[in-house]
Design a protein around this ligand. Sequence first.
Ligand SMILES: *Cc1c(COP(=O)(O)O)cnc(C)c1O
Length: 453
Amino acid sequence: MDLRTWLTSGVDAIEGWQATFGPFGRHASLLISDEQFARAFSSFAERLRENYPFFHPCYAGQMLKPPHPAAVAGYLTAMLINPNNHALDGGPATARMEKEAVAQLAGMFGLATHLGHLTTSGTIANLEALWVARELHPGLGIAYSAEAHYTHARMCGVLGVEGTAVPVDGAGRLDVGALDALLAGGRIGTVVATAGTTGLGAVDPVHEVLAVARAHGVRVHVDAAYGGFFTLLAGAGGLGIEEAPWRAIAECDSVVVDPHKHGLQPYGCGAVLFRDPGVGRFYLHDSPYTYFTSSELHLGEISLECSRAGAAAAALWLTFQLLPPTPEGLGQVLAAGRRAALHWARLLSDSPLLELYQPPELDIVCCFPATGPLAASAIDQASARMLADGMADTAHPVYLSTLRVTADALRRRHPGVAADTGGARILRSVLMKPEAEDFVGELHARVERLAGR
Ligand SMILES: *Cc1c(COP(=O)(O)O)cnc(C)c1O
């Protein structure tokens, strides 16, 4: 796997294509000497060193990792053309690639029919799903769990729709009993189920949410921005990923997944899929300056955004040729992170220095130091210290993140913790790189050392 060779192939391919259009001179205003470039580039490269090592398994902080080299080669090669996927004429090749890659995503979720497209992000993808939901249920509100992504409440504000947070159960999943009671009030038109919360990686019981919602005539949107690709592992032996919530996605009304999280892509790649292609009617616009060469709905006609990087579609398409969204393909990448999470959970359960916050459902593992006394304020202080110490340790660095939990949530899982304050930061790690599988013993040793200081 040599990115240098692949990038050279990319430049060669595009230059070969360009050469078929005949020669022309570059304008003098754009010319830069190699010496000029080298000077600017060296300070540029130096500045980029101010980063955390997202590529390394000692970094387990946020949902961050570099894209797969195939995605990089695909993105940069297509970017030399710079197609715009807002319309077919903006880049016919990448528009087709987008449709094919989106169809693969729809197939992954088992959707029998779909209308969908890529977006710049999960936030925009969710916004589209909620916007369509509002158009279908005007005047009614949108419900999501108290641990849903913060952008749902914000986008309800943008859309002028009332958003309601539903309580969670003892594992951070939407409480279906509370949802049922809320829907009985008749003021909710759409429920958002999260398949993989950003904080804990908790999977809402999508199948139960769906049953309750249908009983009340309510729409269901699934936010699987983070967790979506775990559908490839649903029910797989030894991984402990319950099948029912993932299978139910095929019957829901819309779903969002972020290829720029678990799909090996660079940022700028979310996706929204609707089960009923008929929702395309809401996107109709009549702009005098977009072009039409096709009678089929093109991507610009089924997207809220206008300009979007065709290169993002190219990168996803090329990646899927090599690592398709199947259990044997991309599934194996996620399975390694999942095994790492299960392994770390066992190590944490056996540790005298650390407590597992709750069993991980996906590849996000949360723990906290077993402080003496075992109290929320002490846990908060120790977690913050460990986060800072881990990043400052140049010999054995470890990069985690903290998650703020309420004292109630903490005591619900660990009744022995004293609630001497309203909440605490605990340690959170996202094991989204498959290399975590081999590194997790070392990661645990480093975190234990931090706890023992
Ligand atoms: C990351 C995330 C989002 C937001 O997606 P962006 O691509 O960061 O805009 C929404 N929902 C969930 C569950 C997420 O994890």
